[in-house]
Design a protein around this ligand. Structure first.
Ligand SMILES: [Zn+2]
Length: 458
């Protein structure tokens, strides 16, 4: 089976050039100025950009959260992702408290197999750091999971103490893995939550007061400092504030291996949403910030201090799930949908707005996450031998986001009414068209598990 993509402009993280691409048996077989070979299928990409398929390194699919189950499973979320240009997800496989890492991996493979439209790899999200968990890490690396996520925003029994964090970082480094951290200080959040509750300040507008930027900055600095002691790389997931990015920048200026990830909602939405009557729709962790933080995050994207933009897709309905938190935001499950809109939002607010180049866009949504998480060069680029995962992107298209265009099962989108410039026209995975003009052609179950390679500094 061969496919020839003609007349497009290829854009990778480093280059922009006009060329044709020949795909054979799902892989890029030839890239050339003008390929005139006969192919089973010819796609005319005149006027389109040809980008590597996007890699979303931050999703939560088919998971229990805050006592509720997300509305999107691997089928609905990856279909939405495919329409939006995402051809690989790295989902968080959650360890059950007291359970094993092997159990988490097995459960998540079962959730994804037969359902995922796109290829998938996993981080394992640790619910605790114990000697038994550390012992299991090398076996997980051998099984193709080379990233482990821990949350610093737990409190009480869920608080990860410094010594344990050091051991986790050392253990992961020794096994060839990278630790991803959610950096907010849980003990201080607990104190703020108690104070707000006693003052009756429980509507969504008070969420930012429970989790202010200083709480994120403190945990970010703590994580960076302990990673430095462990001589281990770290990936900070979901960075939302200028305060936290300042800590990242200082460490990177010293030469420490620190990667930072933000999410589209921190770049295009702001905390004034919580003032709206249905403000609980926008609750996420960390919370949205005043809009000046987004300007600082964009600068950090330009300077290379932010490496990756993951959707943090964790979809719920407003009716019956998020709205339970109308009077008390702690009763609403955290998060919302975003896997489908990620690439278009970044193009519109980033490239079309003149903040970043198309190459930087590719790096943020595809190449860097593929490199950091051991999937490059099979994923994250267009080169001979790579999987033929591609977005044929129309940079001039105008789209308005709404529930009508959203393919998530969630009954709302936080991006309702937003006008964007640029959207995927056609999306291919391993040479097959899986989406075209917001319609999904891919089948549930055609996605494959991707064993990740051991971490090495790109
Ligand atoms: Zn998340």
């Amino acid at each position: 089976m061969t496919t020839l993509i003609k007349n497009g402009t290829i854009i990778t993280a480093t280059d922009t050039y006009r060329a044709d691409i020949l795909v054979k048996n799902g892989r890029v077989c030839e890239i050339g100025g003008e390929i005139s070979k006969i192919a089973n299928e010819i796609i005319d990409a005149t006027g389109k950009w040809v980008l590597p398929g996007a890699v979303d390194a931050h999703t939560h699919l088919d998971v229990e959260c805050d006592g509720m189950t997300t509305v999107d499973d691997f089928e609905s979320a990856t279909a939405a992702g495919a329409a939006g240009g995402t051809t690989t997800v790295i989902d968080y496989a959650e360890q059950v408290p007291g359970g094993t890492l092997a159990g988490a991996l097995e459960t998540w493979k079962e959730k994804a197999a037969g359902r995922s439209v796109v290829d998938y790899a996993f981080h394992i999200a640790l619910s605790e750091v114990t000697p038994g968990i550390l012992e299991e890490i090398p076996a997980m690396v051998a099984a193709g999971v080379t990233s482990f996520h821990a949350r610093l925003d737990g409190w009480g029994e869920r608080y990860i103490h410094d010594g344990r964090l050091l051991e986790l970082l050392e253990c992961a480094r020794g096994a060839g893995a990278i630790v991803c951290l959610h950096a907010e200080n849980g003990e201080i959040i607990r104190t703020y939550l108690g104070r707000l509750a006693s003052e009756g300040k429980t509507s969504a507008r008070y969420l930012p007061e429970a989790r202010p930027p200083e709480v994120e900055a403190q945990a970010t600095a703590r994580a960076i400092s302990i990673a430095e002691m462990a001589r281990a790389p770290i990936y900070l997931s979901g960075i939302s504030s200028a305060h936290a990015i300042e800590k990242v920048k200082a460490a990177r200026d010293r030469g420490q291996v620190v990667y930072a990830e933000t999410s589209p909602h921190f770049l295009v939405l702001a905390s004034d949403r919580y003032e709206e009557p249905d403000g609980v729709k926008y609750t996420c962790i960390p919370p949205l910030r005043p809009s000046w933080h987004a300007d600082v995050l964009w600068k950090a994207i330009s300077s290379g201090d932010i490496h990756s933009v993951g959707s943090d897709h964790r979809a719920f309905h407003y009716a019956g799930q998020k709205d339970l938190g109308r009077e008390d935001f702690t009763r609403a499950p955290r998060g919302f949908a975003g896997i489908q809109e990620r690439v278009s939002l970044l193009h519109s607010a980033g490239v079309a707005a003149g903040r970043i180049s198309p190459n930087r866009l590719v790096d943020l949504v595809s190449t860097s996450p593929a490199k950091i998480f051991g999937l490059f060069p099979r994923k994250g680029t267009l080169a001979v031998g790579s999987d033929a995962d591609m977005i044929l992107f129309d940079p001039a298209a105008e789209v308005t986001l709404s529930k009508a265009t959203s393919l998530s099962r969630s009954d709302y989108t936080p991006y309702e009414g937003m006008n964007l410039r640029g959207t995927p026209w056609m999306v291919l995975q391993r040479g097959k068209v899986i989406a075209r003009e917001n319609k999904v052609h891919g089948r549930a179950g055609q996605g494959e598990f991707l064993p990740a390679a051991r971490f090495k500094v790109p």
